[in-house]
Design a protein around this ligand. Structure first.
Ligand code: ADP
Ligand code: MG
Ligand code: MG
Length: 246
């Protein structure tokens, strides 16, 4: 699925990702944990093709396709989804219109038929209910006036509708209370599939109590310093990132 080899990336002239390698097989859930400022969000931006992030060395492929050679919208059409740490508000564009446009743009790029307005509305009702967001939220401007937790749940509705091959979720758990965390975790677990992979980027181990990862990687200063099974997350919680330095 996702193969990253010796990735180096800079923001401006500042190197942030420094020789990061990672293999995420089909159907697996991997967690990336790391202290603040270690490069977690930068990694997700680099993989999703955000402007201003320059790859200076290394490779990243999705199902063998060179991700780094694609535009951001091509990466999305190839099945990459990014759930943002800080979801953006888009006043004046309803959540429903935004999602239907995104879904149909991806389908068009893949040569698939557009989803009709009626079919889309049915899908949106199902997924918003699954993540405990009202249809009123779906009709509002994207994330406008949403609480932190509602924004995170809205990211999950987007993911469920877009059905990505690879979901990069950047601190989806931050700002969620325990009930919202369960809703989000249930949603991720429901979307687990032998053909879909997840990279859960998180500062805390809490989410991993509900979504059991196949592998846990520790990111420190732009590189993976340790990898292990789910128990590594508990070790981190006990010892802290300093205690676990390579
Ligand atoms: P994390 O998500 O792990 O907290 P980030 O990827 O947000 O870390 O940031 C990694 C490092 O890159 C930090 O030192 C941060 O200050 C720096 N950084 C991130 N974005 C920018 C930017 N746009 N300009 C300059 N430095 C940045
Ligand atoms: Mg941070
Ligand atoms: Mg971050």
């Amino acid at each position: 699925m996702l193969n990253i080899n010796n990735l180096h990336a800079s923001v401006g002239d500042k190197p942030i990702i420094k020789g990061l390698s990672l293999d995420l097989p089909d159907g697996e859930v991997h967690a990336i944990m790391g202290p603040n400022g270690s490069g977690k969000s930068t990694l997700s931006y680099v993989l999703s093709g955000r402007d201003g992030y320059e790859v200076t060395d290394g490779t990243a492929t999705l199902d063998g396709q060179d991700l780094l050679a694609m535009d951001a919208h091509e990466r999305a059409a190839a099945g990459l989804f990014l759930g943002l740490q800080y979801p953006v508000e888009i006043p004046g564009v309803s959540n429903l219109n935004f999602l239907r446009t995104a879904l149909n743009a991806q389908r068009e790029q893949r040569g698939e038929d557009a989803v009709s307005a009626a079919d889309f509305l049915r899908m949106a009702r199902t997924e918003s209910a699954a993540f405990d967001l009202s249809m009123d939220h779906m009709k509002r401007g994207v994330n406008v006036g949403f609480s932190g937790g509602e924004k995170k749940r809205n990211e999950m509705v987007q993911m469920a509708l877009l059905q990505p091959k690879l979901a990069l979720l950047d601190e989806t758990d931050s700002g969620l209370d325990i009930d919202a965390l369960r809703v989000v975790a249930d949603g991720i677990n429901r979307l687990r599939d032998p053909k879909r992979s997840f990279l859960l980027i998180t500062h805390y181990q809490r989410l991993l109590d509900y979504v059991k990862p196949d592998r846990v990687h520790v990111l420190q200063d732009g590189a993976i310093t340790r990898s292990g099974g789910p128990e590594l997350a508990h070790e981190l919680e006990r010892e802290g990132y300093v205690g676990i330095a390579a």
